[in-house]
Design a protein around this ligand. Structure first.
Ligand code: SAH
Ligand code: SF4
Length: 414
């Protein structure tokens, strides 16, 4: 951490310094993962290629990197044989390190990952009948201290870089075996179908892992641009959802510069309760937040804003709360759906989950007002994988034990 640049990011009360970028690699090589094509081209030029060559090679490498998931230059068959070692001496294509990989009985998978400078974070894959959703982290820890969230109890260590964010998607594709198999230098071996989301396991991405994505705006934007780039991972922005606790000043930019679906962690309908459970509310209140939602570029009935609402017993789950939620949504004329999330308890949590009957009643009231309000089914409970609660029992394990597990899992993943 010592030689990384520090930048202040706004915390809910106190701004904290976090590392701006990855620590340079000890071997001096540059990791290309997470860099846009024009930056790769610049680096190739700085390393000595002429401008035309640099541009061409960058295009080829970019394609191998994001369409093929290739991590070795030697495998890039349309690049001259002599060129490949030249690249390998100067560059690498990295991945976050896998420390632990868990598989739930319901198909949910969770990975504990580590950055090159030794910070742990998590991602979760949730398969459903018609889709597969990857829950991606944006920070190690979180500066906001939502009282029901385990991540909120962690100290923020740092923002994840674009490479570490897009690296999660790459790792998931590695693990799911979802890279096209044909040979790129033999066009007839390419099957178009392999480049579409159809038939793939990983179809959707939610920025709902550790961290507040709008407090790491630039890196999240740059990473998601690589995910959406037709020459990159090529996922439609309609299949990506960014969840925010309500960083109001960044919401318009998120709509304009990223343009993905928006989810807002509302969780309460009165100032008193929201101040307590989502403390950023003291800075940006409910009205201000809902006005920003109403102005969110791209929101429409076809692309509704999701309001996340965690069900906390005797805290925010009364009939009056449900009715007030409806009133607010109607008052601000929001194209909205509500996601009711049963609270996922963790040791020492100051709340309990509402009863199933209470959750059902709450859902009915919202639904009867014409607003969709499904109750999210907890997934991967046996591996503690609830999205948004990506804090890990693994921390209780010793480092040595984790390192041993990492080796085993890496081997098992091939
Ligand atoms: N920081 C962003 C995104 C990550 S949290 C945000 O707050 O929106 C993703 C979602 O999981 C949020 O709605 C969050 O409030 C919810 N969540 C966090 N801890 C939870 C828990 N213990 N049980 C249920 N949902 C939780
Ligand atoms: Fe941070 Fe979101 Fe957890 Fe709040 S709910 S502490 S914003 S990760």
């Amino acid at each position: 951490m010592s030689n990384t640049a520090l930048m202040p990011i706004p915390g809910q009360i106190d701004p904290v310094p976090v590392a701006r970028d990855i620590t340079p690699r000890a071997d001096g090589r540059v990791d290309l993962l997470g860099l846009p094509k024009n930056r790769i081209s610049e680096l190739f030029a700085e390393a000595g290629l002429d401008a035309r060559q640099a541009k061409l090679r960058a295009k080829q490498v970019f394609h191998w990197l994001y369409h093929r998931g290739v991590t070795e230059f030697e495998a890039m068959t349309d690049i001259a044989k002599t060129m490949r070692p030249w690249l390998a001496e100067r560059f690498v294509i990295g991945r976050p390190e896998i420390i632990e990989a868990q598989h739930s009985t319901d198909g949910t998978r969770k990975w504990l990952l580590r950055t090159a400078d030794g910070h742990d974070f998590e991602m979760v894959f949730i398969p459903d009948a018609d889709r597969g959703t990857l829950c991606v982290s944006s920070q190690v820890g979180c500066t906001l201290n939502c009282r029901f969230c385990h991540t909120g109890t962690m100290r923020l260590v740092r923002n994840l870089t674009p490479g570490e964010i897009v690296g999660q998607v790459m790792l998931a594709r590695d693990a799911l075996g979802e890279w096209p198999k044909g040979r790129m230098d033999v066009p007839e071996e390419e099957t178009v179908a392999e480049y579409t989301a159809d038939g793939r396991l990983l179809t959707n991405i939610v920025m709902m892992g550790m961290g507040e994505p709008l407090y790491n705006f630039d890196n999240v934007r740059d990473a998601l641009q690589l995910v959406m780039d037709g020459d990159g991972l090529g996922l439609s922005r309609r299949r990506i959802t960014l969840s925010t606790s309500g960083v109001v000043p960044m919401m318009a930019r998120a709509g304009e510069e990223i343009g993905v679906n928006l989810a807002v962690s509302l969780h309460a309908v009165s100032k008193e309760v929201r101040d307590e459970i989502v403390p950023i509310n003291r800075k940006y209140g409910i009205e201000e937040l809902l006005e920003a939602c109403a102005a969110y570029p791209g929101a429409s009935n076809a692309r509704r804003i999701t309001f996340e609402y965690v069900m906390l017993k005797d805290k925010n789950d009364s009939d009056e709360d449900a009715r007030e939620l409806v009133r607010l949504i109607k008052h601000f004329k929001l194209p909205a759906k509500v996601n009711l999330i049963p609270f996922n308890p963790w040791p020492g949590a100051p709340y309990e989950c509402s009863t199933p009957e209470r959750i059902r009643r709450f859902s009915e009231i919202v639904f009867e007002a014409g607003i969709s309000a499904p109750v999210r089914t907890p997934r991967g409970r046996d591996i503690d994988a609830a999205c948004g609660q990506l804090k890990t029992a693994a921390e209780k394990k010793s480092r040595a034990e984790l390192d041993r597990l990492a080796e085993e899992k890496q081997a098992a993943l091939g």
